[in-house]
Design a protein around this ligand. Structure first.
Ligand SMILES: NC(=O)c1ccc[n+]([C@@H]2O[C@H](COP(=O)([O-])OP(=O)(O)OC[C@H]3O[C@@H](n4cnc5c(N)ncnc54)[C@H](OP(=O)(O)O)[C@@H]3O)[C@@H](O)[C@H]2O)c1
Length: 160
C-alpha cells in the first residue's frame, strides 16, 4: 500500500488559518486535489474535517481524533483514534494507495513515514498561522508534474 500525502503550500509556508479557514481558493488546484484523490481513502485530522463540514465524495473519509467518543453526523465517515489505526484500517480493506490530506498537525507527524508527497507550491504568499513542516530535500527525489500560472506541482518520492 502506497502512503501518500497531498498538500498545497504558499510561498511563506502557510497552508491555512488557525480558525480552520483556507487561505486561498484556486479552482484548478482544487480540481487537481480531487482528480488525484478520487477513489482512494483519505485520512485527515478532526479540525480539517470540521472545516470541510461534510465528507468528500467518491473517497472513504477517515477522521482521526484522540477523543474516543468523537462522532460525526455521517454514517459513511470512519473515525479512528490514531494515525496508525487509520492506516491499519486501510490495509484491512486492501487499499492500494491512501492519501493523508492534512492539516498541519497531521502533516507534522506523517512527513516522517509517508512514501510519497504530492505538493502544490502556490506562486504567492498567504495569510495564516498553520504551516507545513520543513522538507528535508536530501530525503526525497523530486519531479515536476505541472506548471500553472498560479502554482506548480511536484511529486516527492522518498529515496530508498
Ligand atoms: N493547504 C492544504 O493543502 C491544507 C490541507 C488540509 C488542511 N489545511 C488547513 O490546515 C488547518 C488545520 O490544521 P490543524 O493543524 O489546525 O488541524 P488538523 O491537523 O486538521 O487536526 C488536528 C486534530 O487531529 C487530531 N489528531 C492529531 N494527531 C492525532 C493523532 N496522532 N491521533 C489521533 N488524532 C489526532 C486531534 O483531534 P482531537 O482534538 O479531536 O483529538 C487534533 O486536534 C486549516 O487551516 C486547514 O484549512 C490545509
Amino acid at each position: 500500500m502506497i502512503i501518500s500525502l497531498i498538500v498545497a503550500i504558499a510561498q511563506n509556508g502557510v497552508i491555512g488559518k488557525s480558525n480552520g479557514e483556507m487561505s486561498w481558493h484556486v479552482k484548478e488546484e482544487f480540481q487537481h486535489f480531487k482528480n488525484t484523490t478520487l477513489g482512494f481513502p483519505i485520512i485527515m485530522g478532526r479540525k480539517t474535517f470540521e472545516t470541510l463540514g461534510k465528507p468528500l465524495k467518491g473517497r472513504l473519509n477517515i477522521v482521526v481524533s484522540k477523543n474516543q467518543s468523537y462522532k460525526t453526523l455521517f454514517d459513511d465517515v470512519v473515525v479512528e483514534s490514531s494515525l496508525d489505526k487509520a492506516i491499519e484500517h486501510c490495509k484491512n480493506i486492501n487499499s492500494e494507495r491512501i492519501f493523508i490530506i492534512g492539516g498541519g498537525e497531521i502533516y507534522r507527524q506523517a512527513i516522517a513515514f509517508v512514501d510519497e508527497m504530492i505538493i502544490t507550491f502556490m506562486k504567492f504568499q498567504a495569510e495564516g498561522e498553520v504551516k507545513f513542516p520543513k522538507i528535508n530535500d536530501g530525503e526525497w527525489k523530486r519531479d515536476k508534474i505541472k506548471d500553472h500560472e498560479l502554482f506548480e506541482i511536484f511529486r516527492y518520492l522518498r529515496k530508498s
